[in-house]
Design a protein around this ligand. Sequence first.
Ligand SMILES: Nc1ncnc2c1ncn2[C@@H]1O[C@H](COP(=O)(O)OP(=O)(O)OP(=O)(O)O)[C@@H](O)[C@H]1O
Length: 242
Amino acid sequence: MSETVCIRVEHVSKRFGKKIVIEDITMDVKKGEIFGMLGPSGAGKTTLVKMIAGIAEATSGTIHVLNTKMPNLQVMKRIGFMAQSDALYGELTALENLQFFAAIYGLKGKKQKQRIEEVMELVNLSEHMKKTVNNYSGGMKRRLSLAACLLHEPEVLILDEPTVGIDPVLRQSIWEELERIRQKGTTIVVTTHVMDEAEKCQRLAMIRDGRLIAVGSPEELKKRTNSQTIEEAFLYFGGARK
Ligand SMILES: Nc1ncnc2c1ncn2[C@@H]1O[C@H](COP(=O)(O)OP(=O)(O)OP(=O)(O)O)[C@@H](O)[C@H]1O
């Protein structure tokens, strides 16, 4: 695997019973990029990112993350995964939630306190540290979930629809945070079905019906299809050719 490749997906398929959900996907994610997976609901994005994160296993094909075949427990410790629904304890404060997750990652004492402060600052929630999570808005909960998966300074960040249900202003701030995290050297994989978010990624995989229909930078994909927008390019690759 070359120095610049962080994630390599080779001929990966996933079946649930007789249903084929991912079909023969091959692609690379480069180190230090924000790699978007764009596709409509049910396209298979969640299934694919779970396999990359090592939470689910492929039916066939192989996935390597940081030069190691997945699933692998050691590599999973170097990955931050944020699922679609928030896994937070509503009765606890944000601080208590983060202390809980930090303990799972083996962060203790001074280091734990320092990381909690850093990640809360990154997601702009420092002032709400002692608030009970049940009193957080939906957007604040998403940002707290993001903070939680950043605690152990993962080299790879995998986010499944991080901005679902979030208003445009907060969405913008989350994308600014992601860009900051990327600039520190983290590789980020993010699923979305929002076209303007796709534009913010360095490269993009378009997924439909479990198949990879195109991969490239937003600019390349638009150029290749002579499209003005990513949406138009998606429709082109998806078969609705002009
Ligand atoms: N455990 C499972 N058993 C059976 N079918 C499943 C299972 N998990 C997912 N699927 C099916 O796989 C397909 C892809 O689902 P997936 O959640 O990966 O799509 P998605 O692109 O992430 O969609 P969304 O944006 O709505 O989450 C769907 O048809 C779904 O019903």
